[in-house]
Design a protein around this ligand. Structure first.
Ligand code: SF4
Length: 328
C-alpha cells in the first residue's frame, strides 16, 4: 500500500534554534520514515511580511542547510521552494472563489499580524490561510503535522477543501491534522517568551560552540536564589527545563539544585557543553554543505513536486470548467 503523504511548510527565518529543532525539526526527521514526506520553504508566505525575496536569500540558504544538517534527507523528503511551483498561486485564486470572506476574517493570527505590522496589512497577509490550503492540496497532502497553535488554520484548510469538493466534485483528499503531542514549548533565554529570533532570546543549533556558550550563559535563572547556599526551584527554572531535553538523569541535577549543591553557573556550563556535544554531528554535516548543494537539492525536489502539482491542476481546471490550454 502506498504511504500517506505528509506536508510541512516553513517560513524563511534563517538558522535553526533549539526551539525550532525540538518543536518541529525532530518531527520532520521522523516523518521521513512514516510518510512520503514533503517539506517546502514558504517563500511566498514570507513575502507577506518581507516584501523583497532578495532580503531573505541568506536566511533561506541558512535554513535549508540546517534542515539537511539535522537529518532531512533530500532523497527521502521532497524538499522544495514554494515559488518553484507557480501553480500554487493559480490554485490559491481558484480556492479563494469558494472561500467566504467571513471564514478568513475570523483567523486569529491575521489579527495578531495586524497588531504586529500595522503599516503593512496587505491582501496577501489576509489571504494567507487560502494560500496555505493551496500548498497542501496541490500535492494532495493526506496529513499535516502541526503544533497546537496552528490547528485552527488547518481546520480552515479542511473547510475550504470540503467546500471546493462540494462545489466541483471530489478532487482533493481532506487533509488530516496530526498534532504532535511531543512538541514541547521551548522558552527563550529570557525565560519568558517562546524562543524566537525576533525576540533575540535563542540558542542556536548549528552555531559555533563559543556562540552557544554565550547564549546559554545569558539564560535567566531563578531570581530569588541570590546565593549558591540557597535551595533552587527547578520546576520554575528555564535552565532546568532544558535539562529534561538534554540529560537522561535530569532528576539528579534537579535534586542538586534543590539541595543547593550546585550553582546556576555550573549548571549552565554543563548544559552548554551537552548541547554542543549533541549538535556536533549537525555542525559537521553543515560545514560540508555549499550553496550549490542546496540549489541542487531544491531543484530536484521542485521537479518532483511540480509533477504532482501539474497533474492536480489538470484535474482542477477540468473540474472548474476552464479550458485545458494551460495543461500542455
Ligand atoms: S539552575 Fe538550579 S539553582 Fe539555578 S535557578 Fe535553576 S533551579 Fe535554581
Amino acid at each position: 500500500m502506498p504511504r500517506k503523504r505528509s506536508l510541512s511548510g516553513i517560513r524563511v527565518t534563517g538558522r535553526f534554534h533549539i526551539g525550532n529543532y525540538l518543536g518541529a525539526g525532530v518531527n520532520y526527521v521522523r516523518l521521513q520514515d512514516e510518510y512520503e514526506s514533503y517539506i517546502f520553504v514558504a517563500d511566498y508566505h514570507t513575502l507577506t511580511t518581507k516584501p523583497n525575496a532578495r532580503d531573505f536569500t541568506d536566511d533561506l540558504y541558512d535554513m535549508v542547510m540546517d534542515l539537511v544538517a539535522i537529518g532531512i534527507d533530500p532523497e527521502r523528503t521532497v524538499l522544495y521552494r514554494q515559488s518553484a511551483i507557480p501553480e500554487v498561486a493559480e490554485l490559491t485564486l481558484l480556492l479563494a472563489m469558494v472561500t467566504p470572506l467571513s471564514w478568513v476574517q475570523r483567523v486569529p493570527t491575521f489579527k495578531e499580524k495586524v497588531r504586529d505590522q500595522p503599516d503593512n496589512v496587505n491582501l496577501g497577509l489576509f489571504e494567507y490561510p487560502v494560500l496555505q490550503c493551496a500548498d497542501i492540496v496541490i500535492v494532495k497532502g493526506d496529513v499535516v503535522p502541526v503544533g497546537r497553535d496552528q490547528a485552527p488554520h488547518l481546520e480552515l484548510t479542511r473547510e475550504i477543501t470540503r467546500r471546493f469538493n462540494r462545489t466541483y466534485g471530489d478532487v482533493f483528499p481532506e487533509p488530516q491534522i496530526v498534532l504532535n503531542p511531543d512538541a514541547p514549548l521551548i522558552k527563550g533565554t529570557d525565560g519568558k517568551a517562546k524562543m524566537s529570533k525576533s525576540l533575540n532570546n535563542i540558542v542556536g543549533v548549528t552555531d559555533d560552540p563559543e556562540v552557544i556558550r554565550k547564549q546559554v550563559h545569558s539564560m535567566v535563572t531563578d531570581t530569588k536564589r541570590v546565593y549558591k547556599s540557597q535551595p533552587g526551584h527547578p520546576r520554575s527554572c528555564n535552565v532546568c527545563a532544558f535539562y529534561k531535553f538534554f540529560f537522561d538523569d535530569w532528576e539528579h541535577y534537579w535534586d542538586l539544585c534543590r539541595k543547593a549543591q550546585i550553582g546556576c553557573n555550573d549548571k549552565k556550563k554543563l548544559l552548554a557543553e551537552r548541547m554542543i556535544e549533541r549538535f556536533a554531528p549537525f555542525r559537521e554535516r553543515r560545514a560540508e554543505l555549499t550553496r550549490q548543494d542546496i540549489d541542487r537539492f531544491l531543484e530536484v525536489g521542485a521537479e518532483r513536486a511540480k509533477d504532482v502539482a501539474h497533474a492536480t491542476m489538470v484535474e482542477v481546471r477540468e473540474a472548474v470548467g476552464l479550458p485545458p490550454y494551460l495543461d500542455r
